[in-house]
Design a protein around this ligand. Structure first.
Ligand SMILES: Cc1cc2nc3c(=O)[nH]c(=O)nc-3n(C[C@H](O)[C@H](O)[C@H](O)COP(=O)(O)OP(=O)(O)OC[C@H]3O[C@@H](n4cnc5c(N)ncnc54)[C@H](O)[C@@H]3O)c2cc1C
Length: 393
């Protein structure tokens, strides 16, 4: 594994990065609105929305900049934290879209880097970096949501393989994904947390099917995913057999940090005060002192969250992060996002009430982020036990 480059002259790096981006970021990926129509998820079945989207992914992946901080040996850019920050800043400067969004980048990749075998790293990480495989998350089951360690999907030992039977629920975009990282019960006699393995399953394998889940509002991105005598090689276990809970928790830290840190609103880079100024204008805003106070408070809270995110990133990099930090970020980030969406709706006024408006869409979606990745009540339980040392229920 190659190490991160030594601290080099960051001004030089910034100048080179700026020049490269100017030359290589196609016009069609700049200044795009936020939203599902502009995101590239990659994968075997991905249909690029434009030639520029394809070109952008190819160019960034060739440079390792879809995963700038991963080691070069695994398809990453080998950048230091400071260099990666500069890259993000320079991309934001020209309003360039992220070339790839993926559960592989946010969740599975970090878990493989820590727990994967060298063979698994060499096989899967470059595929993730190039956007060749779209990963689904197979954690939740009908009887295992908040009580995740209760998973019942069975993996029965059969020589070099496991035979997997059971089902997962709330699989986001399960019908569009190529592979799934799934928690399975491989040691039925062991205590609950010690009988789970973390298994990589190809969703094109015989016996894997998905069924769409309809919600009260109509179609949803969720599927229920079924495993019917699916044969999975044992070499697809990540971490030790029966010790998948360790991998599960580590991955959840990354998922929770990601959910708490990524702006979940369609405002994109626009701050709430810029949004208010754009919609209401200076004069109208000047007359609304209560609204101005709310906006100010929101800006300050967002700023504080930004600092907390940077601190946790630094601590994670240096190995000194408290495992519960991700719960703090998830809780604060999603609750703040909910408030921001409410405020945006207030600012948008009557126009925001149109169910198709961006403000209404964000507001309706915000509570979902308080549930995904483990509900905020569960994060409060974790914090009360692990940080405050209070007795559990
Ligand atoms: C947008 C979104 C995307 C998702 N994507 C995926 C995915 O791709 N893959 C996947 O596997 N799962 C996914 N999920 C599922 C998600 O992980 C679960 O919904 C979540 O863990 C909660 O589990 P549950 O739905 O079974 O609710 P339950 O566990 O039944 O909880 C119901 C309610 O009870 C509360 N509660 C439960 N136990 C406690 C307790 N001990 N103390 C206090 N309150 C408690 C919860 O906070 C919640 O409000 C997704 C969910 C959402 C909303």
């Amino acid at each position: 594994m190659d190490s991160v480059q030594p601290f080099q002259d960051l001004d030089v790096f910034r100048a080179e990065t700026r020049a490269w981006l100017e030359e290589n970021a196609p016009p069609g990926i700049r200044n795009l609105p936020e939203g599902p129509d502009t995101v590239c998820w990659g994968g075997r079945r991905w249909v690029f929305q434009s030639d520029d989207q394809r070109l952008w992914l190819e160019r960034m992946a060739a440079r390792g900049w879809t995963v700038p901080e991963w080691p070069k040996a695994y398809g990453g850019g080998g950048l230091s934290k400071e260099e990666a920050r500069i890259l993000r800043q320079e991309m934001a400067r020209i309003h360039a879209k992220d070339p790839l969004e993926s559960l592989g980048i946010w969740m599975l990749g970090p878990a493989l880097l820590k727990y994967g075998t060298e063979e698994q790293k060499l096989e899967y990480l470059p595929q993730i970096a190039r956007g060749e495989i779209r990963w689904a998350q197979g954690y939740s089951e009908p009887g295992a949501g908040s009580d995740l360690a209760n998973v019942q999907t069975k993996a029965v030992d059969d020589g070099d393989d496991f035979i997997v039977n059971g089902s997962k629920i709330w699989t986001s975009y399960g019908d569009k994904c190529d592979m799934i990282f799934a928690l399975v019960r491989s040691e039925p006699q062991a205590p609950k947390h010690l009988g789970i393995s973390f298994l990589l399953i190809d969703m094109d394998d015989p016996g894997v099917t998905t069924r769409p889940i309809k919600l009260i509002a109509g179609d949803s991105p969720f599927t229920q995913t079924f495993f019917d005598n699916v044969r999975v090689p044992k070499k697809n276990i990540v971490g030790e057999r029966g010790r998948g809970w360790d991998v599960t928790k580590y991955l959840l830290q990354h998922e929770r940090t990601m959910i708490g840190s990524r702006p979940q609103s369609s405002l994109g880079e626009e701050t709430i005060s810029q949004f208010a100024l754009r919609l209401l204008g200076k004069e109208a805003l000047a007359a609304e002192s209560a609204l101005r106070n709310e906006i100010l408070q929101m800006e300050m809270d967002s700023w504080v969250l930004g600092i907390a995110i940077e601190r946790v990133r630094d601590q994670t990099k240096s190995g000194s992060a408290n495992a519960a930090s991700s719960s703090i970020l998830k809780l604060l980030g999603t609750e703040l996002n909910k408030r921001r969406c409410e405020l945006a709706l207030t600012i948008a006024g009557v126009d925001g009430l149109d169910a198709h408006s961006v403000a209404a869409h964000d507001w309706l979606h915000a509570p979902a982020n308080c549930i995904a990745g483990g509900s905020n009540e569960v994060q409060l339980n974790i914090l009360s036990k692990r940080v405050l040392g209070l007795p559990g229920a």
